[in-house]
Design a protein around this ligand. Structure first.
Ligand SMILES: [Zn+2]
Length: 217
């Protein structure tokens, strides 16, 4: 977790990652001050890359007053700058429902996902929380993982692909020194060797079922 504070006027036009601008995270009441957990940005970008279309954020930071106004939970993670709401959009590729969106964020290890009929809420609270809104409240749910194509072995020399990007993203979140390029470059091979060594896996710098299962597991 890494909370940064911002001014809508000064910072709003700045980009985070490739496809998001800071103003998208400001409070919907139009006020200037906001804060956000910067750990959310790469996760949102990864989602955006996966669905291959624009991603609308309907609510991110909320000040206390606005949170009360919209009926947000007391102490909502939105007021801490740790939460983002994303409505489902029919133009998303590969993901056909809010539940599919939840599966994507579960796959990349988002610790907290709330499933609604209109979309999802994600936040970076320090413990696992997978729930669904039902009439009268919330209930715990199991969320599966999205399909990551296992039709090929990932290793040096293979063609670029989204599966490599997801691998790199997951390694990066675990602290390995790798960039998300969608290419299986030297840094990626090195990180895979290290990951396999650290997890007692067969040790070849290539990724197939065993290493995927360990990463996603
Ligand atoms: Zn929310």
């Amino acid at each position: 977790m890494n909370i940064e504070e911002y001014s809508r006027n000064k910072d709003g036009e700045k980009y985070v990652e490739n496809n998001f601008q800071l103003k998208e995270f400001a409070c919907n009441d139009g006020s200037d001050y906001f804060k956000m957990d910067t750990d959310l940005y790469p996760c949102l970008q990864r989602f955006r890359d996966y669905v291959e279309t624009g991603v609308y954020i309907s609510s991110a930071y909320r000040n206390e007053e606005y949170n009360r106004e919209v009926g947000g939970a007391n102490g909502s993670y939105h007021t801490l700058g740790q939460a983002v709401d994303i409505p489902f959009d029919e133009t998303f590729n590969y993901l056909h429902s809010p539940y599919d969106m939840a599966r994507f964020f579960k796959t990349i290890k988002m610790p907290s996902i709330i499933l609604y009929d209109w979309g999802i809420h994600i936040d970076t609270r320090p413990y696992d929380n997978y729930i669904k809104q039902v009439s009268g409240g919330y209930e715990n749910i199991e969320i599966g993982k999205v399909y990551i194509p296992l039709y090929r072995v990932l290793k040096k020399g293979v063609e670029r692909g989204e599966d490599i990007g997801i691998l790199q993203f997951m390694l990066q979140r675990l602290g390995y020194d790798v960039h998300v390029t969608d290419y299986y470059d030297d840094a990626t091979e090195r990180a895979v060797y290290q990951y396999q060594a650290n997890h007692g896996l067969g040790y070849d710098g290539q990724v197939y079922t065993e290493t995927w299962n360990s990463l996603i597991g």
